[in-house]
Design a binder for this molecule. Structure first.
Ligand code: B12
Ligand code: SF4
Length: 508
């Protein structure tokens, strides 16, 4: 994708992996030399080369948050995005040697675990003595499993910033780390658990280190079903934690809603707009609209500061926490797309999985949003423990009949670390099954249901997609997006994938 912004924005350095000349290079070189002089431990965050990362592309928010924090504490981080930087293992090794990296941090979702472990193993073989630290969604849900792999020295459960710096401090001082909340390790075959870590006051965190990425490269990234209005789009978060209790959802950031104040959000946005020419923010908060007044203040601030940006909420917003004013302000501030996570319309399952979403309010929000000209997707889940075909059909009919622009229908996959998985493993709520999940079976079990096999669920899912996308309105919507070759390829690929996917759980 060709850049539409003048080259003065192109000043990526990040320890001279890519020098793109511009106004910041000198500043970056100074901080680089200062770090090389004073820093004792260099850490590289290595992104595992998982197949799904090629298909669904994004800025590594986890690494830029962690990198900013360790940098603030005097450590020099490198972010090695093996996929997007087309970085073969030999290049990773070269950089690790060149910069004297002593610690490799690897974050992963469940679908990235095999590649994350492979990378840790490879690094340990190529660089004897290197320390591997895991974190992120899967290690937070299954720290023991990661440690028992034999290639992971430490796991950080929950939010990584504070324990990671404590670990680096200990390593710098040549000491074994003492008990650090969130830090798990193994000694003599015994797991030393560390509980989980959180950042009490996210306002005090430094702004995420977008400057360590070659953003120009990330602007050219692509993801199915994300149709940014501007190619200069980045993922962005404004808060951590969600107080709702949905049992299938992660708890990495605790159940406490901790949000940046509107002014801090606006300052970060303005920085990215001014310095990097960002024109679109893909806000992937868990629950941007938890506090309506805060959300409105952010939208008003965007207008007052004259930030000419687009916004989208691809990760979903809570459907029953809206009023018409908020949606109107979101539109005025640049929102063109959002997803509402309905999951199930069955009151019984809303209660059983503790989502307790008010469906009527969500329908109202959908109508308000569309009236304001915001495109809306619906997220749905089928295959909860004990769910009948009739209940599944009720959800799917709703997905098709309501005026959604797109729908995403997932088959429930209870991830480790969620309440749902815990309840199932404790025999309190259904049983796990690997039927129909093919590759990575043990990582992606679904829910065993005598009356509704994996094959049947998949059939219902595909039928629903087919019913949804063959309607003139949905076709017209897709047609409208086919404005260039990139979008046409993307749509054809994604629709084909949905209709032909043979696994119950889509992992690559
Ligand atoms: C943004 C997002 C996406 C984005 C980008 C993902 C990314 N890697 O940045 C997109 C849209 C691409 C996406 C896609 C998917 N996602 Co997603 N996504 C999220 C979301 C909403 C936010 C992630 C984020 O950036 N948070 C902000 C950062 C700062 O937090 P963080 O990543 O958790 O990092 C902190 C800690 O985890 C920890 N940490 C993380 N990495 C590391 C590494 C080290 C070394 C250390 C020490 C600590 C550490 O410290 C960090 C700072 O505190 C989360 C939910 C959530 N709120 O976390 C789901 C979530 C991560 N996604 C999830 C899933 C399942 C998916 C998909 C598989 C869905 C699908 N079937 O398509 C795909 C897979 C995509 C892929 N490429 O492989 C699950 C993962 C569950 C699991 N066990 O795997 C989550 C947790 C949501 C859920 N269902 O509960 N996702
Ligand atoms: S699914 Fe959404 S509302 Fe429920 S706990 Fe997770 S982030 Fe919160």
């Amino acid at each position: 994708m060709r850049s539409v912004i003048p080259t003065e924005y192109q000043f990526y350095d990040s320890l001279s992996r890519r020098v793109i000349y511009g106004k910041r290079v000198r500043e970056n070189n100074w901080s680089r030399h200062a770090c090389l002089l004073f820093c004792k431990v260099m850490i590289a965050f290595v992104r595992p080369a998982a197949p799904l990362n090629r298909y669904i592309q994004n800025v590594p928010l986890n690494y830029i948050h962690l990198a900013a924090y360790v940098r603030e504490h005097g450590y020099q981080p490198l972010i090695l995005d093996t996929i997007f930087e087309d970085m073969p293992p030999s290049r990773v090794d070269e950089l690790i040697r060149e910069h004297g990296i002593r610690v490799a941090g690897i974050g992963c979702m469940t679908c990235e675990l095999p590649q994350a472990l492979e990378e840790a193993k490879r690094l340990k073989q190529a660089h004897p003595g290197i320390i591997t630290v895991f974190g992120g969604p899967h290690p937070s849900g299954a720290p023991e499993e990661c440690l028992q792999s034999g290639v992971v020295d430490y796991v950080i459960v929950g939010e990584g910033e504070i324990p990671l710096v404590a670990l680096l401090d200990a390593l710098r001082d040549g000491q074994a780390p003492g008990p650090i909340p969130g830090l798990w390790s193994m000694r003599g075959g015994e797991i030393l658990p560390g509980g989980n870590a959180t950042v009490p006051d996210i306002e005090k965190l430094p702004r995420p280190a977008y400057d360590l990425l070659n953003l120009e490269k990330y602007f050219a990234l692509d993801s199915p079903w994300h149709f940014p209005k501007s190619p200069r789009a980045v993922q962005f978060i404004t808060e951590r934690g969600c107080p709702y209790q949905c049992s299938y959802c992660h708890e990495i950031h605790t159940k406490k809603f901790r949000a940046l104040p509107p002014e801090a959000v606006l300052d970060q946005m303005e920085w990215l707009v001014r310095e990097y020419g960002v024109r679109e923010f893909m806000i992937v908060d868990d629950i941007f609209n938890f506090n309506l007044e805060r959300a409105k203040a952010i939208c008003r601030g965007i207008l007052e500061r004259g930030l000419k940006i687009h916004l989208q909420f691809p990760n979903g917003v809570r459907g029953d926490r809206f009023d018409d004013e908020l949606l109107g302000l979101m539109k005025q501030a640049g929102t063109h797309y959002m997803a509402i996570a309905i999951e199930t319309v069955s009151p019984k399952f809303q209660k059983l999985v503790r989502k307790n979403l008010k469906i009527d309010k969500s329908r109202q929000a959908l109508r308000w949003a569309r009236a304001h000209g915001i495109e809306v997707s619906g997220f749905f889940m089928i295959g909860f423990p004990g769910e009948t075909e009739h209940e599944v059909r009720q959800t799917l009919d709703f997905a098709i009949e309501e005026p959604f622009d797109q729908v995403f229908i997932s088959i429930v996959a209870p991830f480790k670390g969620t309440k749902l998985r815990g309840d199932m493993e404790a025999g309190k709520f259904g049983e796990l099954s690997v039927e129909g999940t093919a590759a990575l079976q043990e990582l992606f079990p679904i829910v065993h249901n005598q009356a509704l096999s994996a094959r049947r669920l998949q059939k219902l899912q595909k039928e629903a997609y087919w019913r949804f996308y063959r309607r003139p309105r949905a076709l017209l919507q897709l047609g409208r997006k086919m404005t260039n070759r990139r979008n046409i390829t993307k749509i054809v690929r994604a629709v084909t994938r949905r209709i032909t996917e043979r696994r119950a759980v889509s992992v690559n």
